[in-house]
Design a protein around this ligand. Structure first.
Ligand SMILES: [Zn+2]
Length: 485
């Protein structure tokens, strides 16, 4: 097995990954805020995280995967008046906050299933961990990092040495805590201090979800839940923390500050940050109608697996441009890949015993593909390269089949592709042959008779008739193959 290299955002370098504990990996991924459907940009992140998990599993490591569900206190936007996203969702849909949380959590889980994203071992809402979050704030007080005001409890960033280390941005150059600053916190000591505990006073007086705390009724700041949940299940430090580049500052920066201030040790050994998904060349935005959800894709007749394939065509640390054309192209490629799987299935069913020279040749070729595939995927999850290895194999197989000198054993190749697909997650082992209608089979057989009689004109006429009905006939060594166009 080759070494796993991951680009660690802490060092900004590819590093060899070895787990902290023998045989298992602690993986924390920041989860969704469940006030609406997730958009496809979110799903790009969840897909690369799923590839990471599957790659680690491929390397025979057990992965303990933990994800939070933000169901409280995530403030809406810069323009907002201190309202929680959940409450905005509830008002928009005439439901209560609990109903909104349940509805969109279920929708998220259903979407991830459609995208073949493995479910985390722990998928847990922030509201199930309020006590732990309060305990964290208490510890931050004990250690001198927190201070209380009449509006909120804050984390004092000037007390935490190395606050700028993760983002490598000078505080003076960063926007002041975008989410919270807008609420005009007049009592902050430093503009970059962030909220640990909101109090239900002033603008937050009518906030629906609140809990008692030593500092008064209120609700936790957004970053707190990830610090509390990750270390609760994975302890500190744990192996890998992931998210998207928009998490670097302030979210991951603040998670690190809180957790490391409390424990005096690293939060996670590796941080992975996935790049943005662009839509039609620009940043996704509600105002331009480009914040597509999986539903939008399905409404246009696309299968979610086409989106998964599209995501795999770009490395997770590069920007990926989503257009309807690029999605259609991805769908076509996936279809061709599936056709190849069916071809291999057919060929393995009627494979003759091959001689030893051919078998040895096939083994060598396939072993080479394994090395190349693993090299790609273990090199910071290079999915485009991994896909290229498969396409190379397909071309070689087809070429040798055409020349009637099959050098690659179809059954072994099929098993290999299934094995690769354990990482890619395209469900290639679930492909079933299309049910061919009786009338189509009858037509194809009629054509076969004409062919045997060398009546090419009639045979061609039937081929055209079949094409008009959406079916294609291929003449294989052993009889014919009928498939949908
Ligand atoms: Zn987080």
């Amino acid at each position: 097995m080759q070494k796993i290299l991951l680009y660690n955002y802490i060092s900004r370098k590819k590093e060899i990954f070895t787990p902290l504990h023998k045989g298992w990996v602690g993986l924390y991924t920041c989860g969704p805020t469940v006030y609406n459907y997730q958009h496809i940009g979110n799903y790009r992140t969840y897909i690369y995280e799923d590839i990471l998990r599957r790659t680690l599993e491929h390397a025979k490591l057990k992965v303990k995967h933990v994800m939070n569900i933000t169901d409280v206190g995530h403030l809406a936007s810069d323009a907002d008046e201190g309202e929680d996203k959940l409450e905005t969702g509830a008002r928009r849909e005439g439901k209560n906050v609990q109903e909104i949380v349940k509805f969109y959590t279920d929708a998220f889980v259903a979407d991830t299933q459609k995208l073949n994203i493995k479910r985390p071992a722990v998928l847990t809402p922030a509201t199930a961990h309020i006590k732990k979050q309060i305990a964290l704030v208490k510890k931050l007080f004990e250690k001198g990092y927190a201070y209380d005001t009449s509006e909120a409890v804050y984390f004092d960033v000037s007390k935490f040495k190395g606050y700028e280390k993760f983002s490598r941005q000078k505080l003076s150059q960063t926007r002041t805590g975008a989410r919270e600053e807008v609420i005009i916190h007049t009592q902050k000591r430093n503009p970059h201090d962030f909220v640990l505990w909101f109090k239900t006073v002033g603008r937050f007086e009518r906030h629906i979800m609140h809990w008692p705390s030593p500092w008064g009724e209120g609700f936790p700041g957004w970053h707190l839940e990830c610090s509390a949940i990750s270390t609760n299940y994975l302890s500190q430090p744990f192996d890998i923390h992931t998210g998207g580049v928009d998490h670097i500052y302030p979210h991951h920066t603040n998670e690190i500050a809180q957790s490391e201030a409390v424990e005096g040790k690293q939060l996670a050994r590796f941080f992975l940050e996935g790049e943005h998904l662009l839509v039609q060349g620009g940043k996704m935005a509600k105002s331009s109608g480009t914040m597509f959800t999986l539903r939008d894709l399905e409404e246009k007749g696309f299968n979610p697996s086409a989106f998964r394939y599209l995501v795999l065509t770009a490395h997770y640390r590069t920007k990926l441009n989503f257009t309807w054309e690029s999605l259609a192209a991805a769908e076509q490629s996936l279809k061709r890949l599936k056709d190849f799987v069916l071809e291999l299935k057919d060929a393995s069913a009627d494979a003759k015993d091959r001689n030893n020279t051919v078998r040895a040749e096939s083994r060598t070729r396939l072993a080479k593909a394994v090395v190349e595939f693993e090299k790609a995927i273990f090199s910071d999850l290079d999915t485009p390269k991994a896909l290229a290895v498969i396409w190379k194999l397909i071309n070689e197989y087809r070429k040798s089949a055409e020349e009637k000198k099959l050098k690659i054993d179809p059954k072994a190749a099929l098993m290999l592709i299934y094995n690769f697909d354990n990482i890619l997650g395209l469900d290639l082992n679930k492909i079933k042959k299309e049910k061919i209608p009786v009338e189509i089979i009858a037509l194809a057989e009629k054509r076969e008779t004409y062919r045997k009689e060398k009546n090419w004109t009639e045979a061609d006429k039937i081929r055209e008739e079949l094409a008009a009905k959406g079916w294609e006939i291929k003449d294989a060594t052993k009889g014919m193959r009928i498939k949908k166009i």
